[in-house]
Design a protein around this ligand. Structure first.
Ligand SMILES: [Zn+2]
Length: 300
């Protein structure tokens, strides 16, 4: 087949979406350098430069990459726009010219946002909508297509500025969620703190105090790495964790008679201690556990 850049871009967006459901939206540098295969070609998705053009592409980049200062660095503004700096100070450098061409041809790109050294989140498609040679930067917009389900009804109800703001809020929320999950799972070495299962596909970062409540911040001491079952059990007060890190199983559930899942997966964990992160600064906050355990006790 002939090499069609727009087909490659479309295939890439589909690939990123599929992979994101496998890796919870966090890509390693190595994965992105290795890239993805389409039509017998392997396309590298990042490279030594922030504005990255794979060798198979003619002039325009496929992605732009930001190195951030931390997991919640907001390089995406509240207005939904991304300010991106040129490479160097020459507006005519081929990388900067490539961005300009992407703007003029309305070509979709991917934005890779680095949350930690070597770990990236993908936002796509984005479009370059403004070029500012005077400040050596461009402005990119996140396309609404990033949230296909939600966007249709919202678009009908609001104007374009509101829609852009909505997309920004949703994108930031999603990125923060992914970053929180990554930090919590890292802290616990990809173990469920209750049952030790090590399959990260089965693990969630649970909030001790729910998101949006006072003390419900997305910080590691408000997080627990829990497998799907234990996350649901924790959220529904079947299982609690006291401020001394001891697991409690609700009384009526302890009395039940059923198969091995109930026995090994819940009842036998009663009175056992959770596994704690290696670094004490990552340990679950005792005050938050106390507040949350109060609710568990009332649920009995
Ligand atoms: Zn578990």
């Amino acid at each position: 087949m002939g090499f069609d850049e727009s087909q490659v871009r479309a295939a890439l967006f589909a690939w990123l979406e599929k992979e994101s459901s496998r890796n919870a939206g966090i890509f390693t540098r190595k994965e992105l350098e290795t890239g993805f295969s389409v039509g017998g070609e392997t396309i590298a998705l990042v490279g030594p430069t922030g504005i990255w053009k794979p060798r198979q592409f003619e002039t325009m980049p496929i992605s732009i990459t930001t190195v951030s200062d931390g997991p919640y660095d907001d390089s995406i503004g509240k207005d939904g726009l991304i300010n991106y700096r040129y490479r160097g100070s020459d507006p005519h450098h081929r990388d900067n010219a490539g961005l300009r061409q992407a703007m003029l041809t309305k070509t979709p790109l991917v934005y890779f946002h680095s949350v930690r050294p070597g770990r990236y989140q993908a936002v796509c498609p984005i479009y370059i909508i403004e070029d500012h040679p005077e400040s050596l930067s461009v402005v990119a917009e996140i396309k609404a297509a990033y949230f296909p389900d939600a966007v249709e009804e919202t678009a009908a109800a609001v104007g374009e500025t509101d829609l852009r703001r909505y997309v920004a809020t949703q994108t930031r929320a999603r990125l923060h969620q992914q970053a929180f999950r990554m930090m919590v799972l890292d802290a616990y070495g990809d173990n469920c703190t209750v049952c030790h299962i090590k399959h990260s596909e089965l693990l969630d970062a649970a909030h001790i105090i729910p998101d949006g409540k006072p003390h419900g911040e997305p910080v590691v001491p408000n997080g627990l790495s829990l497998c799907k079952i234990h996350h649901a059990a924790f959220d529904t007060n079947i299982l609690g964790i006291n401020p001394d890190y001891i697991i409690h199983v609700r009384g009526d559930v302890l009395e039940e008679h059923d198969g091995p899942m109930l026995r090994h997966g819940l009842q036998e964990l009663h009175d056992h201690k959770i596994i704690l992160p290696r670094h004490k600064s990552d340990w679950p906050d005792r005050e938050r556990l106390e507040m949350r355990h109060e609710e568990f006790r009332r649920a009995r």
